[in-house]
Design a protein around this ligand. Structure first.
Ligand code: ADP
Length: 202
């Protein structure tokens, strides 16, 4: 009701708002303080309250676009291409993750394996003690990545659009004219869910 009144009569003083609501100014004060703090209303001294045009919905979209991947990224589990499928499965359990990121001999991102990639090979006839993950992983350049400078929204959108559980957070390294990616973190469905819960807390 306060927002509607301000929209209609702006600029309007707190006294005038209180009058329209039939309440005292002091009863109105906490609500006005919250609405100003979250950016829905703007208070101009000696003029009154204005509606900023921001509604809680676009405040949320602003917030998730402001938060950088760098702030929310988690520690990735990284293995090398020559790791056996068996050891990769053990690592999956020991580190309690769903996706393992794979680096080549040079230490840069070369691919990743998800739990279903590993399940698929494990239920076949392959000798998983001998088979390296390099043979079953999804390989560069087909890996969807995100950079630390991108927003939480960008990362979540990539996860949804590409229907994957995890993205490696990478920094581009130029070696001559070759592009390489150094893994500096990960963003997963869990990372995004944690952010969601954090933002929902009051
Ligand atoms: P799962 O299939 O185990 O539930 P995902 O949905 O993440 O896990 O993976 C689906 C497929 O997409 C797998 O083959 C996996 O290798 C591949 N994949 C997972 N993450 C990425 C990514 N960031 N970029 C490219 N491919 C990916």
């Amino acid at each position: 009701m306060i927002i509607d009144i301000v929209k209609k009569y702006e600029p309007i003083t707190s006294e005038q708002i209180a009058d329209k609501l039939n309440i005292t100014r002091s009863a109105l004060r906490p609500d006005l303080a919250v609405l100003t703090m979250i950016g829905v209303l703007e208070a101009r001294p000696r003029v009154g309250y204005f509606f900023t045009g921001k509604v809680p919905k676009n405040l949320i979209s602003e917030a998730i676009r402001d938060i950088k991947v760098d702030k929310i990224k988690a520690v990735p589990s990284v293995i090398t291409e020559s790791t056996s499928v068996y050891d990769a499965i053990v690592t999956l359990f020991l580190t309690d993750v769903g996706t393992l990121f794979v680096i080549g001999e040079d230490g840069y991102l070369s691919g990743l394996v998800s739990r279903k990639d590993l399940l698929k090979i494990a239920i076949g006839n392959a000798d998983i003690h001998k088979m390296p993950v390099g043979m079953v992983m999804t390989r560069m350049p087909n890996i969807i990545t995100v950079t630390p400078e991108e927003s939480a929204y960008d990362a979540a959108k990539k996860i949804v659009d590409h229907q994957v559980d995890a993205l490696p957070v990478v920094k581009l390294v130029l070696e001559g004219n070759r592009q390489r990616f150094k893994i500096v973190g990960k963003v997963t469905k869990t990372t995004i869910t944690k952010l969601f819960v954090e933002m929902g807390q009051i």
